[in-house]
Design a protein around this ligand. Structure first.
Ligand code: FES
Length: 232
């Protein structure tokens, strides 16, 4: 996806509070390796400017770390977590990689598009509707495939989505309401739908001798079938 560098037309510098945070972040890296703090400092700058990195912010962070502007720009333009032009208040990133797509990610994406009046297709970094509330874009795997389809809105993950749920979430946000993140079907963590099916241990972490799983393990024939190359 194209990321166009945009100048804000005014100088950027960290707020006093963010200067303190930046100093603490840099301390995590060995002497002489302060440049390694580039990603967290760009993230800090992006949060300060409301979700995007103007050219001035990249220049400032690079200079702050003793790097060239190009070194800062290379990193800022490489990672999808950084936006190089303004985004809406809610930055909606729809995962459309294969596992999510097999579970209906394209319906979720269409729901976003419909909600925003067909605004999807606006270049990334530009708010997708007139009020500037939402921006939407497709992204690659968000790392929560087991609960797909997954959408990231700002820092929160919304999982087990369908088009109806997605529209509801966008409506709620538009009305200024908060929406619980995580699984939208009540899934526990990444357990199977309906709850854990195996590895049901007692609270003292010892296997429950009466559980079906423990029984099946006890009865398991562990001979190796060499020809088939698997454990029976
Ligand atoms: S494929 Fe969507 S989170 Fe991994």
């Amino acid at each position: 996806m194209k990321k166009q560098l945009t100048a804000q037309g005014k100088p950027f510098e960290f707020t006093p509070e963010n200067l303190e945070k930046a100093a603490a972040l840099i301390m995590r890296y060995p002497e002489g390796r302060q440049g390694s703090a580039l990603v967290p400092l760009l993230d800090l700058a992006q949060r300060q400017t409301g979700g995007w990195l103007p050219q001035e912010a990249i220049e400032y962070v690079a200079r702050y770390l003793g790097l060239s502007f190009m070194q800062g720009y290379e990193v800022a333009s490489f990672y999808s977590m950084f936006n190089l032009s303004p985004v809406g208040k809610y930055f909606v990133q729809v995962c459309t990689t294969t596992p999510c797509q097999l579970r209906g990610a394209m319906d979720v994406l269409k729901a976003c598009d419909d909600f925003m009046g067909g605004g999807f297709g606006v270049p990334q970094g530009q708010p997708s509707n007139n009020d500037g509330l939402f921006s939407v874009c497709e992204v690659e795997c968000l790392g929560a495939c087991v609960n797909g389809p997954v959408v990231q809105i700002n820092d929160a993950y919304y999982e087990d989505l369908d088009s109806v749920k997605m529209t509801e979430i966008l409506c709620m946000l538009k009305m200024g309401k908060t929406v619980d993140s995580g699984s939208q079907i009540g899934r526990q963590g990444s357990a199977p739908e309906g709850g854990p099916q195996v590895l049901k241990f007692d609270s003292d972490s010892t296997p429950n001798p009466d559980s079906e799983f423990t029984e099946s393990i006890a009865n398991m024939d562990t001979d190796i079938d060499v020809d088939k190359g698997r454990t029976l």
